[in-house]
Design a protein around this ligand. Sequence first.
Ligand SMILES: Nc1ncnc2c1ncn2[C@@H]1O[C@H](COP(=O)(O)OP(=O)(O)OP(=O)(O)O)[C@@H](O)[C@H]1O
Ligand SMILES: [Mg+2]
Length: 329
Amino acid sequence: MHSELSPEELLGTTVGAYALDRLIGQGGFAWVFVARRQDDGSIVALKVLKPRYAGDPEFERRFRNEAKVASEFNHPNIVRILDIGRTDQITYFAMDYYPDNLSSRLEREGPLPEAALIRMAREVGSALHFAHQAGIVHRDIKPGNIMFTAEGAAVVTDFGIARAVSGYVSATGVNLTIGTPHYVSPEQAQGQKLDGRSDLYSLGVTLYKAATGQLPFRSSDWFELARMHVEVPPPPPRSKRPELSRRLERVILKCLAKHPDDRYRSAAELLAELESMEDQARKTESFGLAPAEISAPIDRTALKRWILAIAAILVMLAVAAIVVAVGRR
Ligand SMILES: Nc1ncnc2c1ncn2[C@@H]1O[C@H](COP(=O)(O)OP(=O)(O)OP(=O)(O)O)[C@@H](O)[C@H]1O
Ligand SMILES: [Mg+2]
């Protein structure tokens, strides 16, 4: 029956217009294959709903609806959905195929250089800004959902899919949690209503991982992990990787604020900050300074101390001048 079907059995077969060549991987409810369109030979990634879910009309409907919404997005940093289809047994959609993603890149290369972190954050931020304006919260931002083009640009996949799942869960009461809870926002962990700022938190966790090689919170227990996201302050990224700029650390920690009101107000606000960092880095380069020298923010306490010291010296000079003037009379 349906539930017996394994992804390997589909290899070498065709689904709709596509021949399935290789299994890339699987998530909570779907398999992803490298596939070839038979008419023009183009290579795509084919996301196939596991038969267990495809057999459930409510789930299948939500999955297709969300894929439809995402397929209408047209943005350079959002994966293009090329086709949505269904055969007797199989529900699938085809999208652009990317050989690399952030999860594999981190495994291969370790933490990314600062300029690459800022670029990736800006590109993901730009995708989020676009989707949020269209009223869609991603809900599952994490390294496995961030692909890279051959030019190294970040492209976000799986828009709307998590919404299909959570809508299904609340409509049917079926207990189905997707993916890992390592990237969930505090409000998500508590089952509260979400807005775009929840994605900024998950992007913060993703950046933390990409910047330091570590997650801010680790536990094999779902509830403990959820509690940490809600209550425990993340260790500052520079305690793990001191060469990060203070400015980038501030960006990551602001995304990771527990309360949405303490994060960036919107993806647009985050984007503006990242663009200004890139501008600053470009100027620094043209002045031949090391990025760390110029990207280090002004240390306010040191500045206050200097101002006080200068004020004290001026007061002393003034007093000395008065004393001298009085003495001359
Ligand atoms: N367009 C794509 N091109 C190349 N690889 C992809 C593409 N979309 C997904 N993948 C890869 O396929 C694998 C399975 O993806 P899938 O989205 O099913 O699971 P996931 O993102 O790991 O978990 P979740 O169920 O939470 O989404 C992942 O390794 C993912 O990076
Ligand atoms: Mg995915």
